[in-house]
Design a protein. Sequence first.
Length: 80
Amino acid sequence: MKKNGWILMLFLVLGLLAGALCARWLETVPGLSFLTQTIVSSWSPAVDLYVLSFDLKVHVNLSLLSILGAIVAIWIYRKL
């Protein structure tokens, strides 16, 4: 399998998604709250040029399990 940036990006997105899903499923377990607690970061640039205007909103919710999912995804990518 040929390694390129798109495959790495796909692995990263899937790893972050898997980690976020695991964090969501484990939210009810009281002893694992340090793994499932999320940090919310948002960025919203806006441009108004009188003729053209646009808004972009990006919200990122990261938890420790999401980061671990991304690390596992990179490890799997390197093993290919």
